[in-house]
Design a protein around this ligand. Structure first.
Ligand code: SF4
Ligand code: SF4
Length: 321
């Protein structure tokens, strides 16, 4: 019997999601046994034309990681949508915009000026920036256009399922692959993990006092956190109350607070705003100057509260840039 055809593709991605496939360890042999790859740029030499040659819906499933920030990524996402029965947004960047989505605090022009001109190690006296087309004596060279705004995968194409995480943990990846192969999937649009907030399964929840109240905010890099105590109760920002669980508390177990890579639970629209409103309610100072001091102690509020989710938030980019 012919094996189901599968594509694995990366868009604006760090490569960590590709690594998570290697993290399947011996289980990868079961996957390789059960499916046949048709696109997997990090590991195999297929061409885009191999996908174009397939009939529509010829791929059983495409796992697409990374955010969408270039014209090439958009084109490939659209092609894979057309050629796939199922599309899975794989990892936080495809699901929510992820770390590349923090580029939405600026725009292409400012990013180019920083990367190609203003960094101390760059010498670019003529102010030459990447062009989408350049004539050379060897012919025309082209680069894909970079967009001003980074998008999630589902802002670009229709997505069937979401595998959350940065990167998705191997047990969830394996469960998702088995569910797809066995046709045992939940409703379209589901995030393939728990729908409970991380705090509900976190061991440290037991140490939380009945009424949380903090008088200052500490940076995790400036303290040695007590491995038994709830970070938030200690004044260390932990996004566990606003984040979907199911990650296996990998960060918490390494004594690092949650940064929200699994995204919000179903009923939360904007996880940064949700966390911020919860945080405001536990700040236990009355004096306005003290409140201001606490607010100022959060050095990079967007980078902290929207570390993985800015493109998917209600105000998905800085306005006016
Ligand atoms: S989700 Fe994490 S591991 Fe995957 S591409 Fe984005 S930053 Fe990299
Ligand atoms: S806030 Fe963080 S440390 Fe505290 S219970 Fe929730 S996930 Fe655990």
């Amino acid at each position: 019997m012919a094996k189901p055809l599968v594509a694995f593709y990366w868009c604006a991605s760090c490569g960590g999601c590709e690594e998570s496939v290697v993290d399947l360890a011996e289980d990868i042999l079961k996957v390789v046994d059960a499916v046949e790859f048709r696109l997997f740029p990090v590991a195999m030499d297929f061409k885009y034309s191999d996908v174009e040659a397939l009939p529509d819906k010829g791929l059983a499933v495409s796992f697409i990681n990374g955010a969408i920030r270039t014209e090439e990524q958009k084109r490939l996402a659209e092609l894979l949508r057309k050629k796939s029965q199922l599309v899975v947004a794989y990892g936080a960047c495809a699901h929510l915009g992820g770390i590349p989505g923090l580029a939405n605090v600026t725009n292409r022009k400012e990013i180019f000026e920083t990367a190609y001109k203003n960094t101390p190690s760059t010498a670019n006296p003529k102010g030459i920036y990447p062009q989408t087309a350049t004539e050379t004596k060897y012919g025309k060279l082209t680069l894909p256009e970079i967009f001003d705004t980074v998008h999630t995968l589902d802002q670009t194409i229709d997505v069937d399922y979401y595998l959350p995480g940065c990167a998705p943990p191997p047990d969830l990846v394996m469960k998702a692959i088995l569910a797809i192969l066995e046709g045992n999937l939940p409703a379209k649009g589901s995030v393939l993990t728990s729908d409970k907030a991380l705090c509900e399964t976190c061991e440290r929840n037991k140490s939380k006092p009945d009424k949380l109240a903090i008088k200052d905010i500490k940076r995790i890099s400036h303290v040695i956190a007590d491995p038994e105590k709830c970070f938030l109760a200690e004044g260390i920002i932990c996004l566990g109350p606003a984040t979907r669980g199911g990650c296996g508390e990998r960060c918490i177990n390494a004594n690092m607070p949650c940064r929200g890579c699994f995204g919000p639970t179903r009923e939360v629209k904007d996880m940064g705003a949700r966390f911020l409103s919860g945080l405001a309610s536990i700040i236990d100072v009355d004096d306005e100057a003290e409140v201001e001091k606490i607010a100022q102690s959060v050095i990079d509020p967007i980078g902290l509260f929207y570390m993985y989710s800015l493109p998917s938030s209600i105000i998905n980019r800085k306005q006016g840039v």
